[in-house]
Design a protein around this ligand. Structure first.
Ligand code: ADP
Ligand code: ZN
Length: 519
């Protein structure tokens, strides 16, 4: 019997048409070719490996990092009559044995497995005997040190192509910044993979960021508009999530905390209520994430600075999955950023990881402080250029008071250029402020004509200008040495005065030498 992908889509999954890049991705895999599929969460990645693995001879092997997610997928597939199974550490031995039995007799359609399980010698030997239709690597950004959820086990999957030659592979992720993308292709040894990238632009999300000015009061005002809806509030710590949930309950809302400190049973109870469709507010840490699938979330609020644009984008992406208008608000404040930096520096990750973490946090701060279209900045993080302002963010809708920061931008760009594009932000600021340091003296940068031309402004001001130049992509930062260098295409028009850099007046004026130092 010849089963086409389209027939499976209709008769097994009950959908009439493929969406977006699904058809293309499936066609390539059907032809036995490798694919890297970049699609935002909720875009419909799963059927891109589920369908070809049903249509091609052999069993589909799906590598996935999260047990809860695997179990959800397996349950959903079994409901539509597909024989799927998952092998992971929390499985009863009998069940594992029965899955293996099905694999041997060829009746298992799809096997979900964690990378640790997959990479044991025993499992690899066992799998060698099973004909495979494809290998799917879900959450493929976990392979990249540069990605935001690096998992060392993923690194060990480089040999899959030599172990299972002729089996097409499809890597899937919702993280698409260009560095991570290159890293995935290289690490998984898929140089010929077709890279398919969906747009990350969500036109039904209204994006706002507000400086904190009485967090609780601001939160309550925002919630007024969403009394009968499902909302998610993200907090930076478990304690805070508990506190905010209790505060909301005290004021007549249904506020439920969700974080990694809850027992499995408590978590399940919260998820059940969330999925039930009742209006409620989940007050959560990052632990509330994967597998969240409620289409009618109308509001996502961040009370603390997310770690980076990937987290932020994924979290706001949980609003408005049904395509109806939804709102997101980021409340940010200097104190929180100081705290975030403190924790980052205190953490016991190595210097390389810290560098990456700092750069992510800086991107988030630049995003918060920008006077430009927020969607444009966000999409740029995912390698996507939106040519017109979005029209659905606060800066597009209600332009803020601006001050012209072009001269300041020119000073920064010249200082970067004149010092050879080999130094980090601190050195550049020392040059502008006319502050002598060992490096300044060693390189004789105190002899430069522009030494000290930025004396009149506090350090924090220069930090903010540098962040904005990076957000505009006029300045870039070296991955290895954190040195700043120019992106000619965007920097030259600023240097020539053909383009202007605007800074938010509210922010520029609030910066004094006494501001909390969040750089
Ligand atoms: P992702 O893995 O990209 O986050 P999923 O694969 O979980 O997304 O799909 C998100 C939702 O979209 C699911 O509820 C899925 O059933 C639905 N979906 C996927 N493809 C289609 C389609 N072609 N038509 C309609 N709904 C679809
Ligand atoms: Zn906009």
């Amino acid at each position: 019997m010849d089963i086409t992908p389209k027939a499976v889509l209709k008769h097994v999954f009950g959908y009439e048409d493929f969406r977006g890049l699904q058809q293309q991705a499936i066609d390539f895999v059907m032809q036995g070719q490798d694919v890297l599929l970049l699609m935002p969460t909720g875009g419909g990645k799963s059927i891109c490996y589920q369908i070809p693995s049903l249509c091609r001879p052999g069993m589909g092997l799906v590598i996935s990092p999260l047990i809860a997610l695997m179990d959800d997928q397996v349950a959903a597939l079994r409901q539509v009559g597909i024989n799927a199974g998952a092998l992971h550490s929390e499985l009863e031995p009998q069940e594992a044995a029965s899955i293996r039995q099905d694999m041997v007799n060829g009746s298992l359609d799809l096997l979900y497995i964690s990378p640790e399980r997959l990479l044991s010698d025993d499992m690899l030997r066992f799998l060698k005997r099973i004909p495979l239709s494809l290998i799917a690597i879900d959450e493929a950004h976990c392979v990249s040190v540069w990605g935001h959820e690096f998992r060392p086990e993923y690194r060990l999957m480089t040999n899959l192509s030599s172990m299972f030659p002729n089996v097409p592979r499809i890597a899937l992720t919702a993280t698409a910044d260009p560095t991570t993308r290159q890293d995935i292709v290289a690490s998984l040894g898929m140089p010929n993979a077709h890279v398919l990238q969906a747009s990350f632009h969500r036109t039904n999300l209204f994006i706002r960021a507000l400086p904190k000015d009485g967090e609780t009061k601001q939160l309550l005002t925002i919630l007024q508009k969403h009394k009968d809806a499902a909302c998610i509030i993200y907090c930076g710590s478990r304690n805070k999530a508990e506190r905010v949930a209790a505060m909301l309950t005290g004021r007549g809302f249904t506020g439920l905390a969700y974080h990694a400190g809850l027992s499995a049973l408590e978590k399940r109870a919260v998820l059940l209520r969330f999925r039930s469709g009742e209006p409620l507010i989940i007050v959560a840490t990052v632990a509330f994430g994967m597998g969240i699938d409620r289409p009618d979330v109308r509001l996502v609020v961040h009370l603390d600075m997310p770690k980076g644009p990937e987290h932020y984008y994924q979290q706001i992406g949980r609003a408005g999955r049904d395509g109806d208008p939804a709102e997101t608000v980021l409340l940010y404040g200097g104190e929180d950023i100081v705290k975030a930096r403190y924790w980052l520096e205190q953490s016991n990750s190595d210097e390389e990881q810290k560098k990456i973490a700092r750069s992510r946090l800086n991107t988030m701060i630049a995003f918060a402080e920008t006077a430009d279209c927020r969607t444009q900045i966000l999409l740029r993080c995912f390698g996507e250029e939106l040519h017109e302002p979005c029209g659905h963010c606060d800066n597009c809708k209600q332009p803020v008071s601006l001050m012209n920061g072009t001269v300041a931008a020119q000073k920064v760009l010249s200082a970067v250029y004149r010092t050879g594009q080999r130094f980090g932000a601190l050195h550049i600021i020392n040059v502008l402020k006319g502050k002598k340091s060992d490096n300044i003296e060693n390189y004789q940068h105190d002899q430069l004509p522009l030494f000290g031309i930025g004396k009149d402004k506090p350090n924090q001001f220069w930090r903010a200008v540098i962040r904005q130049l990076m957000a505009k992509d006029a300045l870039r930062q070296g991955v290895e040495h954190s040195n700043l260098f120019l992106n000619q295409e965007k920097a030259l028009p600023l240097l020539k005065g053909n383009e202007q850099l605007y800074l938010r007046e509210d922010i520029a004026q609030s910066i004094t030498d006494k501001s909390p130092s969040y750089s």
